[in-house]
Design a protein around this ligand. Sequence first.
Ligand code: ATP
Ligand code: MG
Length: 649
Amino acid sequence: MSTQSLYPVNADFAAGAKVNEEQYRRMYQESVVNPEGFWREHGQRISWFKDYTKIRKVSFDDHNLYIKWFYDGTLNASYNCLDRHLESRGDQPAIIWEGDDASEQLTLTYSQLHQQVCAFANALRGQGVQRGDVVTIYMPMVPEAAVAMLACARIGAIHSVIFGGFSPDSIASRIIDGKSKVVITADQGVRGGRIIPLKANVDAALDNPDVSTVERVICLKRTGGDIQWQQGRDIWWHELMAVSSPYCPAEEMGAEDPLFILYTSGSTGTPKGVLHSTGGYMVYASMTHEYVFDYRDGEIYWCTADVGWITGHSYMVYGPLANGATLLMHEGVPNWPSPARMGEIIDRHKVNIVYTAPTLIRALMAEGEAHFDGFDGSSLRVLGSVGEPINPEAWRWYYDVIGKEQHPIVDTWWQTETGGILISPLPGATDLKPGSATRPFFGVQPALVDNMGNLIDGPGEGNLVLLDSWPGQMRSVYGDHDRFVLTYFKTFRGMYFTGDGARRDEDGYYWITGRVDDVINVSGHRLGTAEVESALVAHPDVAEAAVVGYPHDIKGQGIYAYVTLNKGTEETEALRQTLRQWVRSEIGALATPDLIQWAPGLPKTRSGKIMRRFLRKIAANEVGSLGDSSTLADPTVIDSLIEARLNRT
Ligand code: ATP
Ligand code: MG
């Protein structure tokens, strides 16, 4: 594996790219010097029923906060994703679907998708759903998930998608928060060969006496498995569709009308119901999709995220469909039934752009490269990463093994709250540095501040904030505007606080160092978790690592590392010493882990992010007060980590 640290833009790529370096600089400059003019022009990339004349109205003052974009325009998100393509690309595939079992394949053209959305939109209306109502969607990764979302958008209902892996309690709390009258689900889902009892989970959620608003459960038949049925409340998707007219004009929505609510991943605490509005979001999601992936007409684009996450909203449904792309949607997980699945899917469908998460890359790495021996990969052009900092070692593996040392990687930093990508390379413009999300997208003004809120100039490290709004920004926490103001605008006056820390290097590139809550302070020196973890992951025996601080008498905080080894590597005391030395030589004595616990698994959110807050508690020996674990993918991991903890006092 190479240790190269700079990957200059490929000249051939740049020649055919949407944007090269010179254009990036010019457009970025214009976007911050003259945001009104810049967005007046780029707002035209989507179709408006009534064009806007007002561009933006923004104040980040926590006593008088407002964020509005294109706010006298009207439009419809589903019209933008469907109707406007019918003439030019009605017969082009909009969604190519591959089942968990690869023998199941399905293609929907733009006109077929349009018909289904219209019919389902009418069905929703028939069930009493009105403009402004919140509809809960708890679906597997099937085209009907996108149909349900777009049908809501078509009639002006607000969707709230819940990831299909969540438990009845998590569903219940989100339904209560959104006061949904209608829930859309399926009998069962299939993921990695396992059956997920979706309808049974909804039934259990609705048994909760605090859930009192739901009148209707619409159920898609996916597997035909046994389920309970409540007459009068439950109704089959196909029965509704059979009698529904496929003609449904799209509702004219104001730019600032809500499009959806989506709860954050819950890495740091209780999930927040992030509210996104229509106009700015559509402009921003489609524009970032086009420029960040250098998307070209006719390309096949595969995003491995579930629709239940923001990535699944902005870069599987709204952004790519607004751009008329062909999406590949996969029902299962890309490393099942074996790690070779990822390469097989790319080759089978001739995928041009793939967008995935570091957790998957690390999982594939740990299994060894042999699974990619037969992988061709010649259709690929751009690779993307999102969700966590990507360790340089994982970046290089992605670049070498999946990208065959040819294709740019866009490491995209953003949040549920931001609606779209804020910091990322543009593949034809940006020289790449593994582990750095590099530079801001057009209109985005990141900055670093110290803990007092003072701006840090030039190279340095601090809290990552945004000084001005961008069209895709969230507008509120659903039902709790005070929490919105408090969470994002009170820490540093007049700025949006991301909760993340970052370093800016001499080229102005940003390196996300991790969440600010996770920063470790060793003998007065601040260390980002990402740096120490990346050093550990760079060791050939290490698959994954999570690092936290714990109370240490002399240093203030000591470094506690949880390490998952590659398949087949033995957990020995000698290796522990080797790893300590390794980190010492990679970063410095200060970063040497005090304690290393072998961790066969790490606690992760359902979207695959490491949840360090649990690890912090275990390291501090405070195992009695772990807090909300409802967003954990596998709660049993915690018990085994507690069992084997090292810092018993
Ligand atoms: P919660 O806000 O509920 O604690 P969460 O922050 O994990 O959960 P998301 O909105 O899904 O919820 O994730 C956004 C966060 O993910 C970012 O704030 C950042 O910490 C991390 N992240 C996303 N992409 C990247 C990236 N490319 N590099 C580094 N970190 C990233
Ligand atoms: Mg967050």
